[in-house]
Design a binder for this molecule. Structure first.
Ligand SMILES: *Cc1c(COP(=O)(O)O)cnc(C)c1O
Length: 343
């Protein structure tokens, strides 16, 4: 049996989560008539101190709907160059919304108020209109780095002053909040809309939530429908989400700690050139030449460990619900004993 560190999306529902799914009361959510979906949406809105929420099949869809709802054609989205919305959503910002994108080279996937201010375009008809700022927390390609709420406040102030909308791609927001101790409610107050994923560290099989005010979510609902995201007896999936929010948030601390241990071990190996700072459950590291990511993945696979290439000589490990303390011990021993000849 192999140990899969490719992503925190590889987890399977626990027996208790499956039990909650079996027991769900369902209806047709396209008619707003699924009590479990409605309960999940109300719970999410309440957590963040917002008016409403929308259950969607994926985090790509919640982000894409947010861009589509906040922006129109000829508008521009400002974000870090590592952002998921730019890197991993199939160019959807252009295809779905007809917007331009203005990339900032931030630090480990994070950007600052002065960087955003410098990126805002003046109001000429030969330029797209700067409309929306998207922050990502934690920053996936940034190595799981996180913002503190103190770093968000000046960005929020700038957006207010310049009439910009602020969206949070919070796919892994809870991995950050268990570290900082900050509250979802406080985070909710700083953003016009928030996307969270239930299917990453939280361990649900499917689902993301888009959270915002009533008018925004009413519009977003129509865009969800046109994108094919109107689901029927979706309460079976929503039940997993409710279970995850109630039972599988605090334990993210274990994932974060195990990732830190992996990072510390990797730092001591002579075939590792550099490990990005490990703040949550993602470990990204670069290899000493001539070792390539393909070489390392092959050796790891032979030893029952699966990881993802994140560049020609860069590898990513992600810890999650199905990665136990015993598995951590196994992976540490595999890493220390890998047959990689010294340079
Ligand atoms: C995973 C992820 C998403 C959404 O991905 P889906 O696979 O479409 O659910 C969005 N943003 C970030 C930062 C992610 O890591």
């Amino acid at each position: 049996m192999s140990i899969n560190l490719i992503s925190d999306t590889v987890t399977k529902p626990t027996p208790a989560m499956l039990q909650a799914m079996f027991a769900a009361e369902v209806g047709d959510d396209v008619f707003n008539d699924d009590p479990t979906v409605n309960a999940l949406q109300a719970k999410a809105a309440d957590l963040f101190g917002k008016e409403a929420a929308l259950f969607c099949p994926s985090g790509t869809m919640t982000n894409q709907i947010a861009i589509r709802t906040h922006c129109g054609q000829l508008d521009e989205v400002i974000c870090d160059h590592y952002s998921h919305i730019f890197q991993y959503e199939t160019g959807g910002y252009a295809a779905n919304s007809g917007v331009a994108i203005n990339l900032i080279a931030g630090t480990n996937g994070k950007i600052t108020a002065p960087q955003i201010e410098a990126a805002i375009k003046p109001n000429y008809d030969w330029l797209p209109a700067s409309r929306l700022v998207v922050l990502e927390n934690t920053a996936n390609k940034g190595g799981g780095s996180y913002y503190t709420i103190g770093e968000i406040k000046p960005i929020r102030e700038l957006c207010k002053a310049r009439g910009l909308i602020l969206h949070l791609d919070g796919a892994r927001l809870f991995n950050a909040l268990v570290e900082t101790g900050e509250s979802t409610h406080d985070w909710g107050q700083e953003f016009d809309s928030i996307s969270i994923c239930l299917s990453k560290g939280l361990g649900a099989p499917v689902g993301s939530l888009l959270i915002g005010n009533q008018d925004f979510i009413a519009k977003a609902r129509r865009f969800r429908k046109v994108m094919g995201g109107g689901m029927r007896q979706a309460g079976y999936l929503a039940a997993a989400g409710i279970f995850a929010l109630e039972n599988q948030v605090e334990r993210l601390k274990d994932d974060n700690r195990r990732a830190r241990v992996l990072g510390e071990t990797l730092r001591q190996l002579n075939w590792v050139a550099d490990v990005r700072p490990v703040q949550t459950n993602i470990v990204i590291f670069d290899l000493e030449p001539p070792l390539t990511a393909a070489d390392l993945l092959k050796k790891l696979t032979e030893n029952g460990v699966m990881a993802a290439a994140f560049g020609p000589a860069t590898v990513r490990l992600v810890t999650h619900l199905d990665f136990t303390e015993e598995m951590l011990a196994t992976v540490l021993s595999v890493l220390k004993n890998l047959d990689i000849s010294p340079k």
